[in-house]
Design a protein around this ligand. Structure first.
Ligand code: DGL
Length: 355
């Protein structure tokens, strides 16, 4: 065998060996723990709803599901240990910065964030808007603490790691994973506060994970992650522009709106009845606030559907914005992010159509 052929054979063999090693090498998935019920502890196994959230450390969560190690090389980061209803801009920005740093590492293939379910949808939506990556980011929680009978957290965590480890999950935007179901961060929310099938989207799930294998059925069409004009790297400090929500009902008063204005709130998301309705006796209050510079966004307290522009009220004439299909809590985050770039209601409305 000539020297040339020998070198060529050796090169081919070493390439083959490298390929087989890389094929055997498991993906690296980072688990960023923030607290919540998935890390909760109850007094007894029958306490499925009475417990303390945010108790169990990340390594204990990971070690409680040894099968995860068959899916990926998993490393834990204890970013926070908090019940998610207590997350403020400070914690939200910290989570986003830590996730952003992790996805920039070449050796990291995906990130799972364990999180309380109360504001899981806000964190997932925010990451979807500000983290520029096509790597899978999966936010997962549980409705029962690990100490409870039939706890849902371990299998939720297993499925979330399977999702984050799968190459097919790339470019799908930030996902939420609960109860075997893959949900888009953009339009999924907690709709039942005491069942394990707590989360859903009116536009349907993206897919499912069954026995560690993702099955895909649809994809989102809105701007997200790499296609977003927002970037966590552009946001300085540990707070966002102050945006608050008012809740529509019968017999309302202008007191809350006026108090928000006095407190320096930059925009109000009005979770109105029906199609984002504003009672006639409050129109002047909101119009005056708009004329003083307050942004007014008409959202709806109704879980499904979307708010139409100029249908319920003359939004063009009043210079009000509509939240489209985003629920009030997500409309609040998009508006706060928008206000880091613009005060234009025209630009803000464009963002509600696009994200
Ligand atoms: N305190 C709630 C939270 O941390 C518990 C709900 C849960 O995580 O399922 O969001």
């Amino acid at each position: 065998m000539t020297q040339y052929k020998m070198v060529k054979t050796l090169l081919t063999l070493s390439m083959g060996a490298m390929l087989s090693i890389s094929a055997l090498a498991k993906p690296t998935v980072m688990v960023v723990a923030t607290g919540g019920t998935i890390a909760g502890a109850g007094a007894s196994a029958t306490n499925s709803a009475t417990y303390t959230a945010a108790k169990v450390p990340v390594d204990t969560l990971i070690n409680a599901v040894p099968q995860i190690k068959d899916l990926a090389d998993v490393k834990g980061v204890q970013a926070l240990q908090i019940a998610s209803e207590s997350i403020t801009d400070k914690e939200l920005l910290s989570i986003a910065r830590q996730v952003n740093d992790l996805v920039k590492k070449p050796e990291v293939n995906g990130v799972v964030i364990t999180h309380g379910t109360d504001t899981l949808e806000e964190t997932a939506f925010f990451l979807n808007l500000v983290v520029h990556t096509d790597k899978p980011i999966v936010v997962v929680g549980s409705m029962r603490p690990p100490s409870a009978l039939s706890a849902d957290g371990p299998l939720n965590l297993y499925g979330a790691v399977a999702l984050a480890a799968s190459p097919e999950s790339k470019g799908k935007g930030v996902m939420m994973f609960m109860n075997d179901t893959i949900l888009a961060a953009r339009d999924s929310s907690k709709r039942i506060n005491i069942h394990t099938n707590a989360f859903d989207s009116q536009w349907g799930a993206l897919g499912m994970v069954v026995e560690g294998k993702p099955y895909w059925f649809r994809q989102g069409v809105k701007r997200q992650t790499n296609n977003s004009e927002f970037n966590i790297e552009d946001i300085k400090g540990d707070s966002l522009p102050l945006v608050q929500i008012t809740y529509g009902s019968d017999s309302m008063t202008p007191v809350a709106y006026e108090a928000y204005a006095k407190a320096g709130v930059k925009a109000i998301i009005n979770a109105g009845t029906g199609n984002g309705s504003v009672p006639n006796y409050l129109v002047d209050t909101l119009r005056n606030l708009r004329q003083q510079g307050m942004i007014i966004v008409r959202a709806s307290r109704v879980q499904d559907g979307f708010v139409l522009r100029n249908a319920e009220k003359p939004d063009d004439e009043y210079d009000w914005v509509v939240a489209h299909d985003l629920n009030p809590q997500k409309a609040r985050l998009l508006t706060a992010l928008a206000l880091t770039k613009t005060n234009s209601t025209k630009e803000l409305q464009r963002m509600f159509w696009q994200y």
